[in-house]
Design a protein around this ligand. Structure first.
Ligand SMILES: NC(=O)c1ccc[n+]([C@@H]2O[C@H](COP(=O)([O-])OP(=O)(O)OC[C@H]3O[C@@H](n4cnc5c(N)ncnc54)[C@H](OP(=O)(O)O)[C@@H]3O)[C@@H](O)[C@H]2O)c1
Length: 247
């Protein structure tokens, strides 16, 4: 059994990951600021000493330190961090205020720095997992603020991976496109969710990145994009199935 701090466990993507890790016997401390969501997670997954919740804001160093200390105390140690805290904003540069940039940098990047600094002293080898987006390498119009915050996180994670690998700590990330969740479907009724990603598939990648199956990975960004693909009217359409069948 391994033990993990899952930060941002209150988000819509986390449920499937919590289920997969709890089912394989991991000890988990689930954190977030939203006590109502934490209570719901407790009801669904809670077992004393095995899967517990803890209210913490890991965008502050104090909150992150408290979360890591609680994980060690309640689970008897720590083998890793699954850092799911994130924020999103879409909008053109001229309409995106500086405080929006600060908010996204805090939510996506500084939260990861705080959580990692809090967890690392407790690890004797282990696993660190972060979450990115394909917009890091293909930053589309109106996505600069979000893409920049996630790009900072990915660059930092890759540097961190070099720093901690000699201690047997594996830092890696999942790059995912839009998650197919009930909330996302409600908020975006015009989007084709055939290209969105089922959180269950994200969970399987996190399961991989927190297991010996990923023993050779340090600083990898694993794309879990489902059928998503960037497209532009200037590019040729994908070949028709009949063309593919003809070879
Ligand atoms: N959902 C997607 O389509 C998608 C796509 C690509 C990448 N990702 C990334 O995958 C991870 C998990 O996705 P998700 O949709 O479940 O995450 P999310 O809802 O965006 O964030 C997870 C949790 O982070 C906390 N949080 C959000 N904004 C914050 C802020 N400004 N300051 C501090 N905490 C904040 C919230 O918890 P509390 O309010 O309880 O603290 C939230 O429940 C995130 O890193 C996300 O960026 C998601």
């Amino acid at each position: 059994m391994s033990t993990f701090l899952i930060t941002g466990a209150t988000g819509p993507v986390a449920g499937a990951t919590i289920r997969l890790m709890a089912d394989r016997g991991d000890g988990l401390l689930l954190t977030g600021r939203n006590q109502e969501r934490l209570t719901a997670l407790d009801i669904e997954y809670g077992t004393t000493g095995k899967v517990e919740t803890f209210q913490a804001d890991v965008t502050t160093a104090e909150g992150a330190q408290a979360a890591a200390a609680a994980a060690v105390e309640r689970l008897g140690g720590l083998d890793g961090l699954v850092h799911m805290v994130g924020g999103f904003h879409a909008g053109p540069v001229f309409a995106t205020k500086p405080d929006q940039y600060e908010e996204l940098i805090r939510a996506n990047f500084l939260s990861a720095v705080n959580a990692t600094q809090a967890v690392l002293p407790h690890l004797n080898g282990g696993w660190l997992v972060y979450f990115g987006t394909p917009l890091v390498t293909e930053p589309l119009a109106g996505m600069g603020c979000y893409a920049a915050a996630k790009a900072a996180l990915m660059a930092w994670m890759r540097s961190l991976a070099h720093e901690v690998k000699q201690r047997g700590v594996h830092a890696n990330a999942v790059s995912m496109t839009m998650a197919d969740t009930p909330d996302a479907r409600r908020q975006r009724p015009h989007v084709d969710f055939d290209q969105a990603i089922d959180p269950e598939l994200v969970a399987r990648a996190v399961g991989f990145l927190t297991s010996d199956a990923a023993a050779g990975l340090y600083g990898s960004i694993v794309p879990v994009l489902g059928k998503f693909g960037f497209s532009t009217p200037l590019a040729a359409p994908p070949p028709r199935p009949s063309v593919l069948a003809e070879g």
